[in-house]
Ligand binder design. Sequence first.
Ligand code: N01
Length: 557
Amino acid sequence: MSQDIKTVDAIVIGAGFAGLYAIKHIRDAGFTVQAFEAGDGIGGTWYWNHYPGARVDLECWDYSYSFSPELQDEWEWSHRYPTAQELMAYLEHVADRFKLREKIQFNTRVDSAEFIESENLWLARTSDGKALKARFLVPATGGLSVPKPPEIPGIETFKGEAYHTGRWPRKEPTYEGKRIGVIGTGSSGVQVIHTLAGKCKHLTVFQRTAVFVVPAKNYPLTPEMRQRARATYAERRALSRITRFGIPAAMPNDSALEATPEERQAKFENAWINSQLLGFRQCFGDILSDGKANDLVAEFIRDKIRTIVKNPETAKKLLPYGFPFGTKRPCLSDNYYDVFNRDDVSLVDLKSTPIVRIVPDGIETTEGLIELDMLIYATGYDALTGALTHIDVRGIGGQRLSDKWEDGAKTYLGLMTAGFPNLFTVTGPGSPGPLANMSMSIEQHVDWITDCMAYLRNHGIVRIDTEPAQENAWMDHVQEVVSRTLYEKANSWYRGANVPGKPQIFLPYLGGHGNYRNKCDEVAAMGYQGFVLTRASGTGDAAASRFAEAGLAGGSV
Ligand code: N01
């Protein structure tokens, strides 16, 4: 039976930003590729998250592929921060331009993947009842793709419409005349709230934790702006490859505490006026590492909230406390706080007025029933690990990935986890991932993975794995770097704190995109130092890595 199963060089899971580039780059390196995508179209995160107001919070010049100058030149971005719909159109264009669709099987989930040790192949089983083998498994499943339900009793009893932002229906719901409740005030909730306010009969915001929202300053792009961006693309991308966040923004070294109050005020005002995601963090070098410096920014933003929101009681509820600025992803919006000055928007502070249960007609809080026609869950994701552990992945000895990561995900360089050979994670836990420009990080990972695959092919190596000691040392380093910052002080999804029962370990690598890229390149240049390479029997190799003779017939990649 196993003879009948087709074998390809690589299975890619997902057809979002990461999956598309993986398909292209791996195919162009001469490998056979099959991709599977659960949705019926291209887009990944943007396919599932096209809720009202969904748009990226990095500038389009940075949150886009850099691998093709022609693509950069021909694509016409409409806004500084494109919507989910525009990003989908871009990704569809990429799929067509580079002829990637033929490699993708849509509407198909990879349910399980098992490493067949005797063959050094992955055996994947898919939701259409079929199976496929591959030398390499490349889950490009995204860090924010498994929605986290709100864990509120009675959720199934609600008789109105209910949607999670991460699974938005393809057919846009109507909002006019409806009483809508939004649970959650992270990046997704903030975008939904500022977009639906004024477009429905009444909007009720259920806020558990107030967040820092800074102006987006989104604007339409003119032909001149596009022309300027095109002229500097090469420079911009080159700089992004060496910076901490993977965008062309250098981080300063000076301390907020050493500046005069006037200097601080001027910088903070400038960050507020000329806002962008990193604006406040770029004001001084210690905003993310010194609690007192951070408090200065936090208080500056709280003052803005007090000024914008007219009702002092409402303003007070919207003031973020309990975590340093920047340690949960700040949100961008041009009118979030103004929305709370409207008569058709109300705020329920769940700290003082908790939800008791969801009932057929709405939400019952400790202060009574709020009747609703539609409920929107903007409650986030089982981030960074969820998409991987939801697939039944089994490595050496049948070990389940979900069991191995029971006490926290472990990887070497965010690229491989020991005991799961030939499986490369794209922007996985232990890599900078969400704490850098995702599109830059994706390209860096896919380039590295493809180069590695080519190296293995050229050297007759049929298996690559890492060792527990390597990943322990790497994850210790990830924790050590974060301990030098304020990030650990927040109950964020970066450390799994948003999912009840999830082990809490800080997963993204904070050492900086540029440094991380150098480290990955260095490891490769040293013959994949820290990885265990197993060759097909009978071939020789002088690489510095340790080889384990597996005695296998192979080299068929
Ligand atoms: O999810 P989140 P998200 N009862 O986890 C609340 C990226 N992104 O989808 O903070 C009541 O940040 C929860 O409250 P608390 C971006 O990286 C980017 O908004 O846990 N509330 C929180 O308020 C972002 O960081 C863009 O106390 C409950 C909210 O739900 C990441 O995706 C746009 C609850 C979840 O916030 C995730 O953002 C959108 C409960 N039971 C997303 N459970 C852009 O590029 C959870 N909450 C602009």
